[in-house]
Design a protein around this ligand. Structure first.
Ligand code: ZN
Length: 105
């Protein structure tokens, strides 16, 4: 797998301390490395829902800005997707976004 230095911790693998996980960086799980794809995607994009995913809060045509928030426990990129109709944001993994949304930018 192609990796790059984690953008969250700068490669140290350490980030702000919390009671649950200590100071392990959530961006890279302490490895200091991140998938190059995640670095490249660490910016905003616009998405529009083309297929309803029940329970996601999105109907066809809904969408808005999506911004990268990090990777989940499975190493999948997670985005905060703003629903401009409901005026609230939902956290969705990229595999769900690619399946149910068109990425317009
Ligand atoms: Zn990191």
């Amino acid at each position: 797998m192609i990796t790059d230095v984690c953008g969250r911790c700068g490669g140290s693998g350490r980030y702000s301390y919390n009671m649950i996980d200590g100071s392990t960086c959530y961006g890279c799980n302490g490895s200091g490395k991140a998938p190059a794809k995640a670095i490249k995607a660490a910016k905003k994009m616009k998405v529009v829902c083309h297929t309803v995913k029940v329970g996601s809060g999105f109907n066809v045509g809904d969408g808005g800005n999506a911004s990268y928030v990090g990777v989940n426990d499975h190493g999948i990129e997670v985005y905060s997707v703003k629903n401009s109709r409901l005026h609230c944001s939902f956290r969705l993994p990229i595999n769900i976004i690619e399946k149910y949304f068109s990425i317009t930018k």
